[in-house]
Design a protein around this ligand. Structure first.
Ligand code: CA
Ligand code: CA
Length: 188
């Protein structure tokens, strides 16, 4: 791993909801994931389905948590350029703040942070960062922009040991002096 990489992020692209129609009655959707101009990954195409289940895990190298992850949905076409079906961004900042916390003593299934849907993010509804089996997970429903309809259900997970965590745990500096309490216990 090169020195500028903070760590690896697993991005699970689970499914699409009520995606736009870009053929005669349906679409053949796939998702393209970009971070800056450096990384570009794709899911497979699910044919003829506006509520596709991809359930794919993509691994991204994160160099700067301020750079959002961009997702763009396309309809695969055979004889024409693929049609756009909207786009959304994932803001990593609330999630990475949770990854930096010392959470080892929290009970499994604990919600660490809630992120509200607002005008500056693409969340369709409130999303929680959950402590589960020793990892921080955040599932989110993203409302697609620049399209008449469609949402994406995704989940992010920080992949193991990384500079992001070591930068806090190596020193004894508490960069995030939150009073961490369990906000709720979800049934997982
Ligand atoms: Ca089409
Ligand atoms: Ca098509």
């Amino acid at each position: 791993m090169d020195n500028n990489v903070l760590g690896l992020l697993k991005l699970r692209i689970k499914r699409g909801i009520n995606l736009a129609i870009r053929d005669s009655n349906s679409s053949d959707p796939y998702v393209v994931v970009n971070i800056g101009h450096e990384q570009k990954l794709k899911t497979r195409v699910v044919k003829n389905n506006c509520n596709p289940e991809w359930n794919e895990e993509l691994t991204l190298s994160i160099r700067d948590v301020r750079v959002p992850i961009c997702l763009t949905v396309f309809d695969k076409d055979t004889f024409f350029v693929d049609d756009k079906m909207g786009d959304a961004e994932i803001d990593l900042k609330p999630y990475t703040q949770c990854v930096k916390m010392k959470l080892d003593t929290l009970p499994n299934g604990c919600a660490i942070k809630r992120v509200q849907a607002n005008r500056t993010n693409c969340l369709a509804e409130e999303s929680s960062c959950i402590w589960k089996n020793g990892k921080v997970l955040q599932e989110m429903i993203l409302r697609l922009r620049n399209v008449e309809s469609g949402e994406l259900v995704v989940e992010i997970e920080w992949g193991g040991c990384s500079r992001l965590q070591r930068s806090i745990r190596g020193t004894n500096v508490n960069c995030y002096p939150f009073n961490i309490q369990c906000m709720n216990q979800t049934t997982l």
